[in-house]
Design a protein around this ligand. Sequence first.
Ligand SMILES: NC(=O)c1ccc[n+]([C@@H]2O[C@H](COP(=O)([O-])OP(=O)(O)OC[C@H]3O[C@@H](n4cnc5c(N)ncnc54)[C@H](O)[C@@H]3O)[C@@H](O)[C@H]2O)c1
Length: 345
Amino acid sequence: MQRSFTFGGYETTVTMTSRGRLWNALDDRSLLVADANTAAYLPVDRRLHEVPAGERAKSWPELERLLAGLLDADLTRDASVVGVGGGVVCDLTALAANLYLRGCRLVLVPTTLLAMVDASLGGKTGINFGGFKNIVGTFYPASEIRICPETLTTLPEREYRSGLAEVIKTAMLGDESLFETLEQEPERVAARDAAVLERAVWSCLDIKGSIVEADLTETGVRAHLNLGHTFAHALESVEGLGAWSHGEAVAWGLARAMELGGAAGITDGAYARRVRELLERYGYRVGPLPEAAQQIRAAMQKDKKRRGDRPRFVLQRELGSTLVTEVDSALVDRVLRGEGRRDYG
Ligand SMILES: NC(=O)c1ccc[n+]([C@@H]2O[C@H](COP(=O)([O-])OP(=O)(O)OC[C@H]3O[C@@H](n4cnc5c(N)ncnc54)[C@H](O)[C@@H]3O)[C@@H](O)[C@H]2O)c1
């Protein structure tokens, strides 16, 4: 199965394929980029550049090492650099592909659920710098994305659940029937049932793809994809990266976004309850953390990507009805102190 998207003049073709066909018609001159956990999926006869597993690969020294690797491999502009891994490998490889020769062909093979439904699609590249996550980066969509759901069978449970939070978020943005599947079939979802996963991945790609087609560089509607993320990023920075997985923080942030929307009189109470119940069903921690309220608030103020002085929040009226708005600080404090749930019971 295949779909194509056009992001700001770049065409991205996404193919869902089997392990046996994953490397079909890949240019011999390609350089593959992977980490120790994803190298097992590579074809044996290809050139490999290995990066460390995990967030530390998204660094300036690793970017420089990868650019040197591309130079050593004598990669020409029409040859492909192929990132095989999670969001980390995708983000780093995409940035190097954009910089090398002012842009060489980029193929991404996402191997985590998060990278399949989110990081591989939409052109955001990046590394962490100066203590800030994703503060250096560009927009450079992949020419091709090859998705092989079988790779998810080796993914650690915590990483799987991290991606699942983004699936829930995306269903909230625009797929009622996926949301219902998540509500009604938790066992199949938890068991990584191939049919359920394939459907969820396509749905998320369709939703994200159509949003990014309308707004590649995040001047408008792309911000909707950040539902729950203002809270999540602040939590991650207070608790230290790694204490909560990104998805766990996103799930916590989705619960706070529901409460904030309720407190502001925007979010339908029954919908907010439904979201909370779904998050709880999948075992996410969704309770408030009043003891960390002040620190989380301070972290929101320090967010380098905010516009203006006041944080803006992505909120929802109901499933599929999303808006970006400033909210009275007193309401944000109320939610962080743990008083938000009273607004929707
Ligand atoms: N560009 C974007 O639009 C975008 C969107 C969301 C997130 N991101 C970025 O993505 C990153 C997080 O991505 P992630 O959650 O995929 O984490 P990750 O890339 O660190 O992968 C998580 C872990 O799983 C391992 N792994 C990957 N695939 C595996 C497999 N099939 N089997 C076994 N182990 C496997 C990796 O080696 C790593 O240890 C963050 O840096 C975030 O900023 C980017």
